[in-house]
Structure formats: structure tokens, C-alpha cells
Unconditional design. Structure first.
Ligand code: DIR
Ligand code: MN
Ligand code: MN
Ligand code: MN
Length: 301
């Protein structure tokens, strides 16, 4: 199955600058070559920044750059991925998921599942956000929260919160905790991962996707990873996924054969140390697309 790498250099979702460089850094670190070497046909595309006022100039009330964010969401949702291609959206901050997930959910009639790899639950609404950074809101938006009316364009399709697994949570604001329970999002926070390992919740989730014959979008926020191995992200939180936990997730995703789309969010190359975080992300994507130490029987179907 051919892969399309799509640059989405959005940084309007937060105040700190640098995510605009994410796609260039990932390309510099060899994202396309790694996939080509694994035998995939790779094409490239980019979604261009909408013409709006510079970031921060349209701060309205307590929200940072809501107009630029809305324009990005519209531009991403308007982009049609070529039929048959597996898209990898190269961010950009996590606001991009507000565009990408509805676009993926509207791509087929199969039920849409989302694996959310993040320290944060990103389920704020414009009413509950305390930071005003709209990268903290995509999950509420693409599950159909009504509070986005008049702020963001209506989503092309929404996702059933019960078909989302959040893995790696360790920074959830009080309003978000209530929203997660209310919506019925499936979660495995870092404590659960410490107690039982990262594989069991993921295995259960993948079985569900398989049984439902669903599409699976993976959203990888760089701060899912522990800051000691991935410092190049604006909102680091201690106690994240280790190197092996992260690779195991990717290896299990590969063996499942279920992933239909992917985004990489929040990489801030301005904060990186000689490309260290960027290279780790490229290695993780290689694992997701089949790089393995030893071959083992896959568990498909
Ligand atoms: C925080 C940070 N919950 C906020 N969110 C981040 O600004 O609402 N998500 N960094 O990945
Ligand atoms: Mn996030
Ligand atoms: Mn779908
Ligand atoms: Mn995060």
C-alpha cells in the first residue's frame, strides 16, 4: 500500500513557536527514505498555511489564534488523500488532529477508531480551556462537542468517543477528567501502564478494531514519550513512555495490519538536541511500518 507524506506546518494551536519546522525536520531525518527502504512507494504533498493574520494577532478573548486555527482545520478537512494511499500527516502542533481525524472518518463507511498517544487528553472545549491554546481541544471537537459552533467549522464527520483509546496520559485538567468520563473515552494512563504493562490495553483495543472491521487512525503526540528521550516538545511531562514501550506499541500496530492513517504532532525542532527527538520519531515510524529485530509470525485476522 503506497504511503503519502503530507506536511501540515501548523503552529497556531499554541503560543510557543517552532512546530512549523516539524515537517522539514522529519524529512531531514530521512522519513521518506526509511519508508522507501522498507519497500513502500512514497509520495509527498503539503497543506499550505491559510492566509490569516500572523499567529497571535487574532487573539480573541482568552483564545489564542482561533481564526488561524479554524482556517487550518478547514484547509486540512478540504484536502483529499489519494484513494488507496495511507497518509502520514507531518505536524505541526496537535491542532492538526481536529482537521485530520474528521477527514479520515469521512473517508470510508467503516467505523473510525483512534489511538491517541499523548501525555494529555486534549478534550478541552473553547469554554473549558485554561491555557487558551486550542491544540488542547481536538478530541472534544472531533467527537462532536457543541461548544465549537462559531469557533471552528462543523466537522466533516465525528468519531464515537467509545472508539478512542488514549494511551500514556499523565496530565489531565479537572474539566477534562469529567469530559473523559462523560464521553466514555477508553483510557490507559501511565499508572495503568506501570501496573500492567502497555501491551494489554492496546491488544484489547486492536481486537476491537479488527472485530468491527474498522479504520484506525494513530495520533502520536511527541510528549507521549518520556522527556529524557524526547525533549523536543513544548509541553514535556515527566514519567512518559520509555523507548521500548513506544517501540512495542509501534511493533504491535504493524503486526495488527490495521492502521489506515497516522499523524505526528507537537515536534518542535527548535527545542531539539542535534536532531535526537526527530530521529527517534523516524525510528518509531520505521517500527510501525515493519522494521523489526527478528521476524516473528504476525497475528492478523
Ligand atoms: C494543556 C496542554 N492541557 C492545555 N495540552 C497539550 O493547554 O490545555 N496537549 N499540550 O498535548
Ligand atoms: Mn496533544
Ligand atoms: Mn472511516
Ligand atoms: Mn500532549
Amino acid at each position: 500500500r503506497p504511503i503519502q507524506l503530507i506536511d501540515v506546518p501548523v503552529q497556531s494551536g499554541a503560543r510557543r513557536r517552532g512546530c512549523v519546522m516539524g515537517p522539514d525536520a522529519l524529512r531531514t531525518a530521512g522519513m521518506a527514505e526509511v519508508l522507501t527502504d522498507l519497500g513502500y512507494g512514497v509520495s509527498t504533498a503539503s497543506i499550505n498555511p491559510p492566509a490569516t493574520s500572523p499567529d497571535g494577532a487574532d487573539t480573541s478573548g482568552d483564545l489564542h489564534a482561533p481564526e488561524a486555527c479554524a482556517a487550518w482545520i478547514a484547509a486540512i478537512q478540504a484536502y483529499d488523500v489519494p484513494a488507496g494511499a495511507l497518509p502520514i500527516f507531518l505536524g505541526g502542533d496537535h491542532l492538526l488532529a481536529a482537521g485530520v481525524v474528521p477527514a479520515m472518518a469521512s473517508r470510508s463507511d467503516r467505523p473510525q477508531f483512534v489511538l491517541w498517544l499523548d501525555a494529555h487528553s486534549d478534550i478541552h472545549t473553547p469554554a473549558t480551556t485554561t491555557s487558551g491554546n486550542l491544540h488542547g481541544t481536538p478530541v472534544a471537537y472531533f467527537t462532536g462537542a457543541p461548544e465549537f459552533e462559531g469557533v471552528f467549522p462543523p466537522p466533516r464527520a465525528t468519531v464515537d468517543p467509545g472508539k478512542i483509546l488514549m494511551l500514556g496520559l499523565r496530565s489531565v485538567d479537572p474539566d477534562e477528567k469529567a469530559a473523559l468520563v462523560r464521553a466514555g473515552v477508553v483510557t490507559a494512563d501511565m499508572r495503568t501502564i506501570d501496573e500492567h504493562g502497555i501491551a494489554p490495553p492496546l491488544r484489547r483495543f486492536l481486537d476491537e478494531v479488527r472485530v468491527a472491521n474498522g479504520d484506525l487512525h494513530v495520533s502520536l503526540d511527541v510528549d507521549f514519550l518520556d522527556p529524557s528521550i524526547a525533549p523536543a516538545v513544548g509541553t514535556t511531562v515527566p514519567g512518559g513512555a520509555t523507548f521500548r514501550e513506544a517501540h512495542l506499541v509501534m511493533e504491535m500496530l504493524h503486526d495488527s495490519g490495521l492502521v489506515t492513517s497516522l499523524d505526528i504532532a507537537e515536534l518542535n525542532p527548535f527545542l531539539d538536541e542535534r536532531g535526537r527527538t526527530t530521529s527517534l520519531i523516524v525510528d518509531l515510524i520505521a517500527s510501525l511500518f515493519g522494521k523489526a529485530v527478528l521476524d516473528r509470525p504476525t497475528r492478523r485476522g
